[in-house]
Design a protein around this ligand. Sequence first.
Ligand SMILES: [Zn+2]
Length: 80
Amino acid sequence: MPVLKSEAITHCENCGKELFGRTDKRFCNDGCRNQFNREKAFRDAQKAHDNLPKIFKIIKRNYGILQTHISPPMCRRRPL
Ligand SMILES: [Zn+2]
């Protein structure tokens, strides 16, 4: 007697429609896959943009720390 394998019902990650076919299928069609990836790229870019002020603050602080440890350039004139 064959053993029935219980299969979990999977749904499209973009539109939520029930998927049929391969078990590792993630999207119902190419349009859904493309839309999902476009929106993901937009969200990732937006997240990077949201972090910019924080990144600039860190860079500015690091620059200040480096300024305290770097000797003045050799080309400057020495005071008389
Ligand atoms: Zn879909």
